[in-house]
Design a protein around this ligand. Sequence first.
Ligand SMILES: Cc1cc2nc3c(=O)[nH]c(=O)nc-3n(C[C@H](O)[C@H](O)[C@H](O)COP(=O)(O)OP(=O)(O)OC[C@H]3O[C@@H](n4cnc5c(N)ncnc54)[C@H](O)[C@@H]3O)c2cc1C
Length: 375
Amino acid sequence: MESCDVLVAGGGPAGSTCAGRLQQAGLDVLLLDSQIFPRQKPCAGWITPPVFDALALDADTYRQGRVLQDIENFRTGIIGGAPVVTRYGTTVSYGIRRCEFDHYLLQRCCVRRSLGEPVTTMVRHDSGWIVNGRIRTRLLVGAGGHFCPVARLLGARIGREAAVAAQVAEFALSPAEENMSSVPADTPALFFCRDMKGYGWLFRKGNYINVGLGRMDTTHLVQHTREFCTFLQHHGYLSADLDGRFQGHAYRVYQGQGGRNCIGDGALLIGDAAGVAHSHSGEGILPAIESAMMAADTIVSAKGDYRREKLKPYADSLTGRYGAGSEKVTPLHVPSLFLRMLGARLLSSKGFTRHIVLNRWFLHANQNMLNSKQH
Ligand SMILES: Cc1cc2nc3c(=O)[nH]c(=O)nc-3n(C[C@H](O)[C@H](O)[C@H](O)COP(=O)(O)OP(=O)(O)OC[C@H]3O[C@@H](n4cnc5c(N)ncnc54)[C@H](O)[C@@H]3O)c2cc1C
């Protein structure tokens, strides 16, 4: 039987970050992912600069042979309404392709892995686990995204919890379409639903277009996406035929104590499995990486004793970082009636758009960052 100290279920940004850190600390790590990499992940692929800091990743190194789109401006508004363009005059975000980004991180972490092998069974054995009937491990790290089997093991009621439901399409523009495209690559567009329960985006990364829509309210998602696309096409933002190109996916935004239980005896959850995406923007890649770093710290400190109480510092770190409750007023999280009524008005204000929507909700200008030196 194969064995390891820690088995990481899932090789997305959370799994590869945690696995790499644990291996650097001298632990014997095995990572399983149900897919062969490079693999597609439904995502807009927008990341903020702290992602590079947290991963100690050099943007120019990453850029070699991969798409890394600099973002300097945003076009924002209400679907159907007039847009506001906010300019920063410097790079404030980036666009990546998840098939490239996740593959790069997984290769970089250099951890023993079995790809194309889903975690299917986890049976308690002594103080550890037997996984898939063939691997003995002392600790399970659930990094398998929203539908992670380790999350189910720790009590997640997958499919019956509040979640963001989203649809996205990403495709290469043909050379002719590229010449005709009116979407500036450094200016992604974000258009909020009139009820403020979600937003759609149109995002160009090199010669790839990414278009999608996410909502806290899962009903009529397809209809909202269709209306958004009609709006984009009507205003000349998009001419490509999108039929059959959309993929759907779900994930949870962080809800503190109202969210998923992320620790148990011999098991913990990180990234989307734990439900840590930012509630304001739906950004999940940075919190996935941060949660992986915090989990790795706790695991190393636990020195092989992985009882629930020894893993509690990780749960405390999440609360310390992201808060204990879900009281925040957000566009993705159901907003107050006040915001809903005034949404269209506020989003036509250049000051509100720059300082609240973009700087605070999307770019975290008011938040200290975890970085690789601290962790
Ligand atoms: C449409 C959409 C758009 C988004 N856009 C953005 C964005 O622009 N920016 C941003 O920051 N966030 C975005 N997010 C959120 C972001 O994609 C997630 O928060 C992020 O991918 C979480 O990373 P993760 O490593 O936790 O999980 P994932 O990236 O989902 O990785 C999980 C891995 O686990 C594997 N897996 C699943 N089941 C098993 C199993 N049983 N056994 C083994 N492996 C398994 C999967 O194959 C996958 O490789 C978006 C989400 C959606 C749905």
